[in-house]
Design a protein around this ligand. Structure first.
Ligand code: CS2
Length: 481
């Protein structure tokens, strides 16, 4: 920290009472859910202060504690930025250091909601089926160690167990990750895990618990060191952990909270609905589907960010064609929403030059993301005789990417829970056909019905070969010709 710059502090020193525990305190939640909650309390009151939990690393706690857990949210518009201080966090716990403190916090009577952004892989489920992966090392560990969970699922179930023994109602589990029907997925894995402990616990959670599904949206790139320096030069305060976000935000939530206990989300623009599925499909397939496609292809072509990628006309045309020809034709738009307007606005968001969202960041954890972002659309298009050509190219680009070498022959830092396995499958195969077939055999990602579809398989082999011989940009150009 620069010696002469004072540290950011909590503006009025007051902390709201804690009503929410949030597992997975990354930049996304601090730039999205936390801001909505702060605004909801400003609008209508309520005891909805938040204790954040980092499951593994102490970095967030260490950065935020000296500023009493206040931080700056910087809205980056195409024409300039505005900063404001968010002071809805009451503290940050680090689960690895003190799991008991996390369980105690979750079991407190004042806590009504436990929300989560633990990323797709944090649910220890099989992405292709949605079922709990009982062989996951964290799940095996958490079943054997009641007082020291490591996984989000372990924490949820053990804390619910404590509440049951104390005669308290369960908390609402509010999943804010990019999974389809995210509430239903979490409910499924929580109940599977609970049943392995006791049928009675499972029945209690099933009968009394609530797992509303949600759709969350705001583009929040990881904060870079230069963002921190620029912000302190601007505000005159040093904030070790600001968040940088786009102006757009959306939160659609099913209104099924335990005893109806929640902040006044409706007062601050959250859409409270009976069924979030049409919103989730639209967002996961239109936004995240093209985000991942642009991330793999853009990275291979040497583009650093999404804004750089869509500034390249070949990629811009490709992205729009994905929406118009492959993604939106099979979608049921939520009532009152025009998919053409939605994708037009999305393109503007991608083009925002102030948001430096790295293709490498979005490319992470593809094994956990492809099913809901891309493969579902491909399976439906095949069944309905619609085109899959652009999406098949995106999957082939992912296959190239996990092979670990870019178009200049340089090593790619592939971050994925299956990275080692994917690389060794790719390395052991010689030809494009063998590589594609080896990767298609990973059942956690590709369901058998899709992996055995010959139209899909041959499109992948063809695209993979082209990517390998002529690179991503030229392959896209030819696809469009
Ligand atoms: C991105 C998302 O990193 C990624 O995989 O696609 O984080 C995306 O920015 C958000 O879902 C936008 O709401």
């Amino acid at each position: 920290m620069p010696a002469d710059t004072p540290r950011l502090t909590r503006p009025d020193g007051q902390k709201p009472k804690t009503g929410i525990i949030h597992l997975g305190l990354g930049a996304f939640y601090r730039a999205h859910g936390a801001i909505y909650i702060q605004e909801a309390m400003q609008a209508s009151g309520g005891d909805w202060g938040i204790i954040g939990v980092s499951l593994m690393r102490p970095d967030q706690r260490d950065a935020l504690a000296p500023q009493d857990f206040a931080y700056t949210a910087v809205e980056m518009g195409p024409k300039g930025e505005t900063a404001r201080v968010i002071d809805v966090l009451n503290g940050v716990l680090v689960a690895r250091e003190n799991p008991q403190a996390v369980l105690d916090a979750m079991a407190a009577a004042s806590v009504k909601i436990v929300s989560l952004t633990v990323t797709e892989k944090g649910y220890c489920h099989e992405p292709s089926s949605g079922r709990l992966n009982r062989n996951h090392p964290d799940i095996v560990h958490d079943l054997a160690h009641a007082e020291q969970p490591t996984s989000a699922i372990g924490f949820l179930v053990r804390a619910l167990e404590k509440r049951k023994s104390a005669g308290l109602p369960p908390f609402t589990v509010l999943c804010c990750d990019n999974l389809p029907e995210n509430g239903r997925v979490v409910r499924g894995v929580v109940l599977e895990f609970a049943e392995l402990i006791s049928a009675e616990l499972k029945d209690w959670i099933a009968a009394q618990g609530a797992f509303p599904s949600t759709m969350v949206d705001r583009i929040v790139p990881a904060t870079k060191p230069e963002d921190i320096t620029a912000l302190s030069a601007k505000t005159g305060f040093y904030d070790a952990s600001p968040v940088m976000h786009e102006p757009f935000r959306q939160w659609v939530v099913e209104d099924t909270f335990v005893h109806g206990a929640r902040p006044d989300l409706g007062a601050v623009g959250v859409q409270l609905v009976d069924n979030v599925t049409p919103f989730e499909h639209m967002k996961l397939r239109c936004l995240n589907g093209t985000h991942s496609s642009l991330a793999y292809l853009g990275y291979l072509a040497g583009h650093e960010t999404i804004a750089d990628t869509v500034a390249d006309p070949v990629f811009a045309t490709f992205c729009k064609a994905l929406w118009d020809q492959e993604i939106t034709p099979g979608l049921h738009a939520p009532q009152g929403v025009s998919l053409a307007d939605y994708t037009r606005a999305l393109f503007e968001r991608y083009s925002n030059p102030a948001i430096r969202h790295r293709t490498w960041q979005i490319a992470m954890d593809g094994s956990q993301k492809l099913p809901q972002r891309i493969l579902g659309t491909i399976a439906e298009n095949l069944a309905a005789n619609r085109s899959i050509k652009g999406l098949a190219l995106a999957v082939a680009a992912w296959m190239r990417y996990v092979g670990g070498v870019d178009e200049k022959g340089e090593v790619i830092d592939v971050r994925d829970p299956l990275a080692a396995r994917l690389k060794s499958l790719s390395d052991a195969a010689a030809t494009p056909r063998e590589k594609v077939e080896a990767l298609l055999a990973v059942r956690e990602i590709f369901p058998a019905s899709l992996a055995q579809n010959t139209a899909f398989t041959s499109a992948l082999i063809e695209n993979y070969s082209r990517l390998a011989t002529q690179g991503a940009r030229k392959t896209i150009e030819e696809l469009q010709a």
